[in-house]
Design a protein around this ligand. Structure first.
Ligand SMILES: [Ca+2]
Length: 347
């Protein structure tokens, strides 16, 4: 997506993490001086980016190092690129629960007038927007209560992924400079904010007012969250009228090696390498790959085949709009869960 892909799963990662140990606290304190000198460097960079000195004087002196954020960052999964990919079916059962579907339908009904307007304007369907909302924050019920400037300053200072977090720190300073109250800036430990879990740089580029008051309040306004998610999708190239994909049955005789993709992915290789070549629906039909449910795609639509749990299990043909979902969070499990949850919300 959004840089957010690299640091997603934040809400999940919160579980099972204990508070900082005394040794970590001592370490944090011993590095206080250099944390402050790092903030001086940040100050210079922010000034160069046009953030007013007055804003920086108001925010930077109050920031402290947060050892818990580093602890959470270091406990993130995904460090190894060789680990086996787990099966999708158990994930689907855990993440697309009857409760999640029912809450999604309720949110869809609550916001239906706005969602119709937004779809008319952008082509992004309401159920897809609601599925993102559900996946990111369980429809606004957990958005994270970490202080975003403090978290980002800590992560940028610690330095393991400074190239990711320092621009986000500068972006959040800019956001405060533009008038977003600092007290509103709560979110995940890794900097994702509000109902759509936008990073500060994403907020600056793509957050949108949907309520008509001129302010994109993604923390408190569902209309603003809806407009902002739709704007993200438009920016990533969502095509009006095209479904994300469909469940299919694949004949056991299909020669998988003949449909392997020859494209070397430039990003998210572990995600894109699992997809076949692009073919039209008519071509898939000729290979015997046929819809498993009542859902259909036009013959001319291009799609790739993904068999998340291998041969003989549920498979999917996935369109360019599936790639837009991956742009929000580059994970096949995420993309499939959003698509399938959207289908349930719509049904
Ligand atoms: Ca608003």
């Amino acid at each position: 997506m959004r840089i957010m892909t690299a640091i997603a799963c934040s809400a999940i990662a919160l579980f099972g993490i204990s508070a900082a140990t005394p040794m970590e606290n001592a370490k944090a304190q011993s590095s206080t001086a250099s944390f402050e000198s790092y903030l001086q460097e940040v100050r210079q960079k922010a000034l160069q980016k046009g953030v007013r000195a007055q804003t920086l004087d108001q925010v930077l002196p109050g920031l402290t190092y947060n050892p818990r954020v580093i602890q959470l960052d270091q406990s993130q999964p995904g460090g190894s690129t060789n680990s086996a990919i787990p099966p999708f079916a158990p994930y689907q059962r855990r993440h697309i629960t009857p409760e999640r579907i029912a809450s999604g339908k309720a949110a869809y009904r609550r916001l239906i007038a706005k969602l119709i307007d937004v779809e008319r304007e952008t082509g992004v369907p309401g159920p897809i927007i609601m599925a993102i909302y559900g996946k990111e924050t369980n429809y606004g019920s957990y958005m994270g209560d970490f202080d975003i400037p403090r978290s980002l300053a800590t992560l940028a200072y610690e330095g393991r992924r400074r190239s990711l977090f320092e621009p986000e720190l500068l972006a959040v300073l800019k956001l405060i400079d533009q008038g977003v109250p600092q007290s509103a800036l709560k979110g995940s430990w890794a900097g994702a904010m509000g109902m759509p879990q936008f990073l500060p740089s994403v907020y600056l580029r793509l957050a949108k007012d949907g309520s008509g008051d001129g302010y994109a309040d993604i923390w408190n306004s569902e209309y603003d969250a809806v407009a902002s998610i739709a704007n993200y999708f438009v920016n990533s190239g969502w095509r009006r009228g095209e479904p994300w994909g469909i469940a299919v049955n694949v004949p056991s005789s299909l020669d998988r090696s003949s449909i392997e993709s020859k494209i070397i992915p430039t990003r998210c290789p572990r995600v894109f390498n699992r997809h076949s070549q692009w073919k039209t629906m008519a071509e898939w039909q000729r290979l015997g790959v046929v819809p498993a449910t009542g859902m259909r795609l036009d013959e001319s639509v291009m799609a790739t085949l993904l068999e998340p749990d291998g041969r003989g299990n549920r498979a999917y043909l996935l369109t360019g709009n599936y790639r837009v979902i991956l742009d929000y969070n580059c994970s096949n499990f995420y993309g499939l869960a959003v698509g399938l949850l959207a289908d349930e919300i719509r049904s």
